[in-house]
Design a protein around this ligand. Structure first.
Ligand SMILES: NC(=O)c1ccc[n+]([C@@H]2O[C@H](COP(=O)([O-])OP(=O)(O)OC[C@H]3O[C@@H](n4cnc5c(N)ncnc54)[C@H](O)[C@@H]3O)[C@@H](O)[C@H]2O)c1
Length: 431
């Protein structure tokens, strides 16, 4: 099939590449000229395991091309994916201006029947708005089209795996023709396909992310009770998670959720609920707990170190989670800003996110190319992301390099008794 993907970011690039991998001809469009130029040269603008080899292979086999010209993408394609950003507005609602913009451009260049798929995460009723926008823009041109909601569930850090082997594919449609074409498109992925109406598909995405965020805030609250009572959150989470109705995943306590999705999707879900006349009470609490959790962690660092001013503090982990270079809403930003404000000298290390981190972190942060050089003379190590490299660090070397063997671990990556045995003053979350 001939496919156009508009918005070549984390979602668009991965979606386009995986659809090319399964034999389709895909043209990816983006209005960011430098991004398209580097992709044309085989340079991938984001870090995502396996993505580079998949992109290069499909460019070479001529199934994947890139352009800044939306007309070049829309004209020959029967299926058009909208994968542009839907950032939060100041009031928490989703900014849908990119989606509207693209919907208008699609209508402008439509020449025959097209399926327009919304893959960006959007509030319920966006599909209807997209349809109205296209109809208005088409004016009296008599061209058939279907709007579909096909939310994306990939996780950064395992995006190719998640897209090639999805645990479900949700297709929200109002026409049998579009449902049939998309079922065929997704056949090679051998996943459970769920056909719903458009509004249900839109809510499935918001509700899924909000539920996962709820799990995180819930376990973070339980961890506070563990700390206050002397219980151990890791034991509690294991004992809870082995119940299949609860599940092990997303029961890791830490410093709260960040990234480009959960914070904005939770607040957009609260906002659309409000607009529809419902007060989503649980989600408001989820947001509040998440904001408090990182403040609690910053206080923990301050309490452990007593005086922050002029102390040399190392921060390991800058990306919002491991295996990505995405710095959007990374907890490390808030932590480092608070410590810098208190007068600390910050030395930072992340296996892949340092280039992106440089543009968002305070100017005087010192970046290190090597995990161990970041520790030289350090008076405390703060762990903000649970990269495997950190879990496997040589603790004797860490101890030898540090001026003071103090570790404040926001991700519970080390065993407290081992750390004590090695001579560290170690503090973590909920244990
Ligand atoms: N990143 C994730 O893990 C993830 C997962 C599931 C869903 N989503 C959702 O998918 C959407 C995209 O997220 P992302 O992380 O890929 O964002 P992104 O910022 O990485 O990519 C969006 C791209 O759209 C481009 N763009 C914006 N307006 C455009 C226009 N008018 N024409 C052409 N290109 C345009 C931008 O230049 C950018 O490259 C969001 O709604 C997000 O919530 C993201």
């Amino acid at each position: 099939m001939k496919i156009c993907v508009i918005g070549t970011g984390y979602v668009g690039l991965v979606t386009g590449t995986c659809l090319a991998e399964t034999g389709n001809t895909v043209i990816c469009v983006d209005n960011d000229k430098s991004k398209i130029l580097s992709l044309k040269n085989g340079v991938i603008p984001i870090y995502e395991p396996e993505l580079e080899e998949f992109v290069k292979k499909n460019i070479k086999e001529k199934r994947l091309t890139f352009t800044t010209d939306i007309q070049e993408g829309v004209n020959p394609s029967q299926i058009i994916f909208i994968c542009v950003s839907t950032p939060p507005r100041a009031d928490g609602s989703a900014d849908l201006s990119f989606v509207e913009n693209v919907a208008r451009s699609i209508a402008l260049y439509m020449n025959e029947y097209k399926i327009i798929i919304d893959k960006s995460t959007v509030p319920v009723e966006t599909g209807q708005r997209v349809e109205e926008t296209i109809k208005r823009q088409l004016k009296d041109k008599n061209i058939e089209f279907d709007v579909v909601s096909n939310p994306e569930f990939l996780r950064e850090g395992s995006a190719i795996h998640d897209s090639m082997k999805p645990d479900r594919i949700v297709i929200g449609v109002s026409s049998q023709k579009a449902a049939d074409i998309l079922t065929r498109l997704y056949e090679p992925f051998q996943a459970k396909i769920i056909i719903t109406n458009i509004k249900s598909a839109e809510i499935i995405k918001h509700a899924s992310n909000s539920f996962l965020a709820t799990k995180i805030s819930f376990i973070n609250e339980v961890s506070r009770i563990c700390e206050l009572s002397g219980a151990n959150i890791e034991e509690v989470a294991l004992g809870m998670g082995l119940d299949p109705r609860i599940g092990r995943q997303f029961l890791q306590t830490g410093i709260g959720y960040g990234g480009s999705c959960f914070p904005k999707d939770v607040s957009a879900f609260i906002k659309i609920s409000e607009e529809l006349g419902y007060d989503f009470k649980i989600l408001k609490a989820v947001e509040k707990v998440n904001a408090e959790q990182i403040e609690f962690f910053i206080k923990k660092i301050e309490k452990t170190l007593w005086i922050i001013k002029d102390k040399k503090i190392t921060v390991w982990g800058l990306a919002f989670k491991p295996d990505t270079d995405d710095m959007r809403n990374a907890p490390s930003i808030q932590i480092i800003e608070a410590l810098v404000k208190d007068g600390a000298e910050i030395h930072a290390y992340d296996p892949v996110a340092m280039e992106k981190a440089r543009s968002v972190l305070p100017e005087d942060v010192v970046f290190h190319d090597d995990i161990y050089s970041s520790l030289q003379g350090s008076e405390a190590l703060v762990i903000a992301t649970e990269w495997e490299d950190f879990k496997n660090a040589d603790l004797d070397r860490v101890m030898a390099l540090m001026e003071q063997p103090i570790v404040v671990d926001g991700r519970n990556i080390f065993d407290p008794s081992l750390m004590k045995e090695k001579g560290f003053m170690y503090t973590s979350i909920g244990r």
